[in-house]
Design a binder for this molecule. Structure first.
Ligand SMILES: Cc1cc2nc3c(=O)[nH]c(=O)nc-3n(C[C@H](O)[C@H](O)[C@H](O)COP(=O)(O)OP(=O)(O)OC[C@H]3O[C@@H](n4cnc5c(N)ncnc54)[C@H](O)[C@@H]3O)c2cc1C
Length: 449
């Protein structure tokens, strides 16, 4: 059964974890709203990741506060399908008013009256407010140095699924954040010759003194850091929950058979050149790793925590040959490399959002998600309010802040503009107070049931 929606107070665009968290908070505070999702709930977890992907954090951590992963070891790492199922169950738990299969194509501010006109693939909606929850990682980015695609298969990590998908032969993986490292590891274990191009990175230990790094970053206040340290804009984080979770150790990857190379600099036909920065990048990663051990030890001391000592965690192995004698260039064809995987990150795409809240580079202007354009909100972006903002555990708290802001704004409007609010609320009522049956219909229509 379809419920026709012509107007709502708050329209949430996207039903990933951000849209679902937003809906929960809005619902709790009594704000009429609707969530529009162009695909399915948590689609990116289902089809936008490689097959073997598991969460980078344990199940006790990478979740919302009000629901645990059912029948799952809290210290284990759920797979991508389990994460998607979790969000579907979460949305069902509070009967989130989500409509799937509806794309928001355009949002424009109304002239001479409040709110926005929203064009969707299923008609036009009036909304007083719009929360943009379309994801931190929307558009795969491949740097302009990429060679022409004719001789070598090239894909972004967003399109990588499994080793069998690639033509036979070696693979160059460019980028050694969590995606690049995990994909390179999987390819090498499947019997491929793998070159991994390593730039600046952090690599926290998977666990230390019996506690996962997610716990350490939490108690040390790192997830709550409000601003990125200067010069860290291009520093990625290399962690892995694969095979039960382990510390990313580049030297170990090298001894396992992966050839580490420096930052990818340029291509000339089939020859790729690398910066001479591999050893420096790895040593800076070591420093980051050791600094977390230091901070953890200091925390344990200060708080009198009786945690098992782990001196062996401080042992850094010897440098492999590829680090001491790094390749400055590689002829990909001669080396038998037939594919390049660009694990080089993502950008956002707000072309459909025709409002005045972007800087000259197209970056959203906002404060903790409250956009410069009144009535527009962003949620789920990296560093929206803190380091954890783009992650499962962080987005829920940002959503709470935005819901509070929306309620405050509605309160101001209600005080003096009651007639106007009354009209709006009546229009909204036809959507929001649909009888229970239609609500259930709406939910199953969305694929929540
Ligand atoms: C490889 C990878 C691994 C990750 N692992 C973890 C992890 O282990 N733990 C963790 O906490 N985080 C992880 N993240 C980060 C983050 O949790 C995910 O990126 C997550 O998907 C972000 O959720 P979101 O709801 O903000 O955005 P998305 O999941 O991207 O959801 C946005 C939704 O909006 C929809 N949408 C977009 N545009 C429109 C439109 N115009 N109209 C209607 N709908 C639209 C999309 O279809 C999508 O479903 C990972 C990210 C990546 C890339």
């Amino acid at each position: 059964m379809t419920v026709e929606i012509k107007a709502t107070d708050t329209l949430v665009v996207g039903a990933g974890q951000a849209g679902i968290a937003m809906s929960e908070h809005l619902g709790k505070l009594g704000v009429p709203h609707i969530v529009l999702e162009r695909d399915r709930i948590a689609e990116r977890w289902r089809t936008g990741r490689w097959d073997s992907l598991v969460a980078n954090g344990p199940a006790w951590h990478d979740r919302f506060p009000n629901l645990e992963f059912a029948d799952f070891d809290p210290d284990g790492f759920p797979g991508k399908e389990q994460i998607a199922d979790y969000f579907v169950a979460y949305a069902k738990k509070f009967d989130a008013p989500i409509r799937t299969g509806v794309e928001v194509k355009k949002v424009v501010r109304n002239v001479g009256r409040p709110g926005f006109t929203v064009e969707t693939s299923d008609g036009t909606i009036e909304a007083q407010r719009v929360v943009v929850a379309t994801g931190p990682f929307q558009r795969p980015v491949i740097p302009p140095i990429a060679p022409g695609p004719d001789r070598i298969t090239q894909i972004h990590s967003a399109d990588y699924r499994n080793p069998q998908q690639l033509p036979e032969g070696g693979v160059l993986v460019v980028g050694a954040g969590s995606s690049g490292v995990q994909i390179a590891d999987e390819l090498q274990r499947s019997g491929r010759r793998v070159y991994l191009s390593v730039g600046a990175h952090d690599r926290p230990p998977r666990g230390y003194r019996g506690r996962d790094f997610c716990w350490w970053l939490g108690v040390l206040g790192e997830w709550d850091a409000e601003v990125m340290k200067p010069g860290r804009e291009h520093v990625t984080i290399a962690v892995s929950g694969a095979r039960g979770g382990h510390t990313v150790d580049f030297r170990r990857l090298a001894y396992q058979g992966i050839t580490l190379v420096g930052l990818t600099k340029s291509f000339n036909d089939t020859t790729v050149t690398f910066e001479a920065d591999l050893a420096d990048n790895i040593r800076r990663g070591d420093e980051n790793y050791l600094s977390l051990l230091d901070a953890a030890d200091a925390y344990a001391r200060r708080n009198g925590l009786d945690l098992p000592e782990e001196p062996e965690a401080r042992i850094i192995g010897s440098d492999p040959e590829c680090m001491t004698h790094p390749l400055s260039e590689l002829d990909l064809v001669k080396a038998g490399v037939t594919s390049i995987i660009w694990a080089t990150g993502y950008a956002v795409d707000f072309n459909w959002l025709k409002v005045d809240t972007f800087d000259e580079k197209g970056k959203p202007k906002h404060q903790r998600g409250v956009a410069k354009e009144p009535g527009i909100y962003f949620l789920g972006l990296p560093w929206l309010s803190r380091r954890g903002s783009a992650f499962i555990w962080g987005v829920w708290h940002d959503a709470k802040h935005i819901a509070d802001h929306i309620v405050t704004q509605r309160k101001y409007l209600t005080h003096y503009d009651t007639p106007q609010r009354h009209v709006e609320d009546k229009r909204v009522e036809s959507v929001e107070s649909a009888p229970d049956e239609s609500r259930v219909g709406k939910v199953s229509e969305l694929g929540v049931n």
